[in-house]
Design a protein around this ligand. Structure first.
Ligand code: DC
Length: 225
């Protein structure tokens, strides 16, 4: 097996990126890097420090004091902000609805992109996010752009929330997803966009197994090639 193989999976919110990436990483024994969790962790640190989400200067200073660590866990990888396990807290509606503002700042992006590249330099990775194929790993061996209709993405998020005991109105979720997509696609620095050499995979109406096997085939073909 080649060393440091890189798979980039980008796409809009709730397209299934992390679900698919986690399964593929286990299957291939690659390190899974959830870059969205990193932006979420900085957003949570902003809140915990009483800093306003649009206070770019203070958030910039916070970056050097913010260690983000992933640890293996069952059923999910755990995320640590310094020494605190924030795996669940970074998925709160408060963080979800403010992360796009924090993620739009140049210093936040360059700091996290450096951390992401460091991980990819010493491991074979499946990295998911918004700008992996375009900015973080432009030389990635495989680039996937994963999409699904907004209705289906809202449905998926709704079911996830119900499973967690959260009740959110489906229409509200749909609007939140659309608002986040808009901000992520229209920010100035490395907006969400399909890399020229990325393969478009539409997961609308497809099962997780179908999508996993499609992408696993693409990766395995490339590895054996
Ligand atoms: O993948 P996610 O929904 O957990 O990501 C949360 C937010 O983080 C997303 O709305 C935009 C931002 N993000 C980003 O700007 N760049 C990335 N590579 C990953 C996420």
């Amino acid at each position: 097996m080649m060393t440091n193989f890189q798979v980039a999976i980008d796409g809009p919110a709730s397209a299934g990126k992390s679900t698919i990436a986690k399964i593929l990483a286990t299957k291939l024994n690659f390190v899974y890097v959830d870059t969205g969790a990193m932006y979420r962790t900085i957003t949570l640190a902003t809140k915990k420090n009483g800093i306003a989400y649009n206070d770019e200067e203070k958030i910039k200073k916070l970056l050097s004091q913010t260690e983000i660590r992933f640890e293996p866990g069952t059923p999910v990888q755990r995320v640590f902000l310094n020494d605190t396990d924030v795996t669940d807290e970074i998925r709160s509606a408060e963080v979800t609805n403010n992360v796009s503002v924090v993620a739009s700042f140049a210093d936040v992006r360059s700091n996290l992109v450096n951390r992401q590249r460091e991980i990819a330099n010493s491991n074979s990775v499946i990295m998911d996010g918004r700008d992996i194929g375009t900015t973080v790993l432009p030389e990635a061996d495989i680039k996937i752009f994963l999409v699904a209709s907004v209705d289906e993405r809202a449905q998926r998020r709704y079911k996830e929330n119900v499973a967690k005991g959260m009740t959110t109105d489906l229409e509200t979720l749909k609007h939140e997803i659309e608002a986040r997509d808009y901000k992520d696609s229209h920010r100035q620095i490395s907006p969400l966009t399909q890399a020229k050499d990325a393969i478009l995979v539409d997961t609308t109406g497809q099962s997780i197994d179908e999508v996993v096997s499609k992408i696993a085939n693409i990766i395995e073909n490339k590895i054996s090639f």
